[in-house]
Design a protein. Structure first.
Length: 80
């Protein structure tokens, strides 16, 4: 349950970071990727550290679910 909550929080922070700019492209631009990379690394490290505190062991396979949110069904279908 805690892992799912962490994943949801990580997903929301990612969507919030990139969702504030209206993008004409279907996917994230290289400039947006470069601009947000440092923040994403910090977020990923926070998620990992929280998972480790909750019992994640090194070299353990984990299964994670991600949810993508879009304002257009066509865009959502293309993610798959």
């Amino acid at each position: 349950m805690k892992n799912k909550l962490l994943i949801i929080l990580f997903s929301l922070s990612t969507l919030t970071a990139f969702g504030q700019k209206k993008m004409d492209n279907k996917y994230i631009t290289w400039d947006d990727f470069v601009d947000g990379f440092g923040k994403e690394m910090v977020s990923a490290e926070d998620v990992f550290n929280n998972m480790a505190k909750n019992g994640l062991k090194n070299n353990t396979m984990t299964k994670m679910d991600f949810t993508f949110v879009s304002d257009k069904k066509r865009k959502s279908n293309k993610v798959g």
